[in-house]
Design a protein around this ligand. Structure first.
Ligand SMILES: NC(=O)c1ccc[n+]([C@@H]2O[C@H](COP(=O)([O-])OP(=O)(O)OC[C@H]3O[C@@H](n4cnc5c(N)ncnc54)[C@H](O)[C@@H]3O)[C@@H](O)[C@H]2O)c1
Length: 427
């Protein structure tokens, strides 16, 4: 097996998005020879030109540093390496089933390059049992590696899921504790040594099956807990009770920690990963499926209330501020804010809707079809005279929390939405 302590080790990272790019840069920064590949030639051209597509604190600095030192190359091709790291997307389909084509297509590109003894690490979030399927796929494609030269030639496969949160990726990629899923201790030691080159939070080696379940359990746990807070907010609203006060006082109980309610759950992880468990274990996952349902219901509940508040007031123009799935990032994947804007635009085609987000400089594709939506670059609320409605509490909007231009008859927790991804007590 390859010596993961050697700086001559070549690493090829497949998929240079929110996870793959920072990971590649981290390995390059500690001295490994890193090649990054991505199927998007636009992204590769941008990187070659020195531009990073998404904003993350510290990412640009790290990129410039690594680039200056010539430690990182990029292209649309997979190159021969000692370690391959796959960080391609694993979204969900229309029936909520995991879409694994990008993962298998990435592996197909690696397979012909294997010479024997390479390490293949999957960082993408995957449904249980996927690593075994990857092993079988490689075994069938390259029996020569298994039949000739003994155990040393067999590719070593590990599952090393990510726990970072958009907005704090660089900080968390270093500080978070990592889990390494392997089927053999020796591989575990090698992969742990590799990640220990930049991870300070500690590394735990477990079986592949534990790692796969662990990743999905973490995000399902978040989803279920957020669903509880969201359900509570709807219960309170139905009787005009202040949910913030209820949560604040309930959390004084030494064993209670209710999260903050919001407008729903978005993002590439918490809104998606529970489905990987639910579709794999349909009989056993009642709570997980219900949580997904409740969090989606909360988004629709908010959208309907906005529509009726607008009608009651006879408004003909409204601003929606914030489109991202959470505060202080430009990530719009599965964003409940966008779902709300879509609902309002579809229900009130006569209403003029202006949308703005300080982190986004284009109209999201999901809003393109609506003629009554106009994208405005205004991030400064002081310049806006109309009826504003803050969907995402970006830093720029926080000073308006509780401001009197908000509708007093909007539902609780809707005027300004807190960062529902965190437990507010730990902030
Ligand atoms: N973003 C997060 O916060 C986060 C956190 C934990 C885990 N994850 C998981 O990590 C994985 C990657 O997520 P991401 O947020 O980085 O996705 P992303 O969409 O930001 O980036 C993925 C990149 O992979 C490229 N790609 C697609 N198919 C490819 C292929 N076959 N070969 C090479 N490149 C390919 C895309 O062009 C894109 O640039 C997903 O499984 C996701 O669930 C993400």
């Amino acid at each position: 097996m390859k010596d993961c302590g050697s700086e001559n080790l070549r690493i090829c990272v497949l998929g240079l998005g929110y996870i793959g790019l920072p990971t590649a840069l981290m390995f390059a920064n500690v001295g490994y020879r890193v090649h990054g590949m991505d199927v998007s030639s636009r992204l590769i051209d941008d990187l070659i030109a020195g531009n990073v597509d998404f904003s993350e604190a510290g990412l640009n600095t790290l990129f410039r540093q690594v680039r200056q030192e010539n430690k990182f190359s990029v292209s649309t091709e997979v190159t021969a390496a000692d370690v391959f790291i796959v960080a391609v997307p694993t979204p969900k389909g229309t029936g909520n089933q995991p879409i694994l084509e990008p993962l298998y297509s990435a592996i197909d590109k690696v397979v012909p390059l294997l010479r024997g003894g390479e390490i293949l690490i999957i960082e993408s979030t995957i449904p249980p049992g996927t690593i075994r399927k990857v092993e079988e796929k490689i075994y069938h494609a390259r029996p020569d590696l298994y039949n000739n030269g003994g155990e040393g030639n067999v590719p070593k496969i590990a599952y090393v899921p990510e726990r970072v949160i958009p907005g704090r990726v660089i900080q968390e990629i270093i500080q978070n504790r990592r889990i390494v899923g392997v089927s053999c201790n020796l591989v575990g030691e090698s992969v742990s040594r590799l990640y220990a080159s930049f991870v300070t939070g500690g590394i735990d080696t477990v079986t592949v099956e534990v790692a796969e379940l662990c990743k999905l359990a973490e995000n399902s746990f978040r989803d279920v807990n957020i669903a509880f807070a969201n359900e509570l907010s709807m219960i309170c609203a139905s009787r005009g009770i202040d949910v913030d006060a209820v949560i604040q006082h309930a959390n004084l109980h030494p064993r209670v920690e209710i999260l903050q309610p919001g407008i729903g759950v978005g993002g590439h992880c918490v809104a998606v990963d529970p489905w990987f468990l639910a579709t794999e274990f349909p009989q056993e996952s009642d709570l997980i499926k219900t949580a997904r349902k409740v969090n989606t219901k909360k988004t629709n509940w908010c959208a309907k209330r906005i529509v009726s508040a607008i009608s009651r007031r006879g408004l003909d123009e409204i601003y929606f501020l914030g489109l991202a799935f959470k505060p202080n990032v430009g990530d719009i994947r599965e964003s409940p804010a966008i779902q709300i804007v879509r609902f309002v635009a579809g229900n009130r085609p006569d209403l003029s809707i202006k949308v703005a987000d300080p982190y986004i400089d284009y109209i999201p594709p999901e809003l393109n079809e609506f003629r009554n939506i106009q994208f405005v670059a205004a991030a400064d609320l002081d310049q806006i005279k109309g009826n504003c409605f803050i969907l995402v509490e970006h830093r720029d909007y926080q000073k308006y929390s509780g401001a009197d231009f908000q509708f007093d008859d909007f539902p609780p927790n809707l005027n300004v939405i807190s960062d529902w991804m965190y437990d507010y007590r730990s902030e």
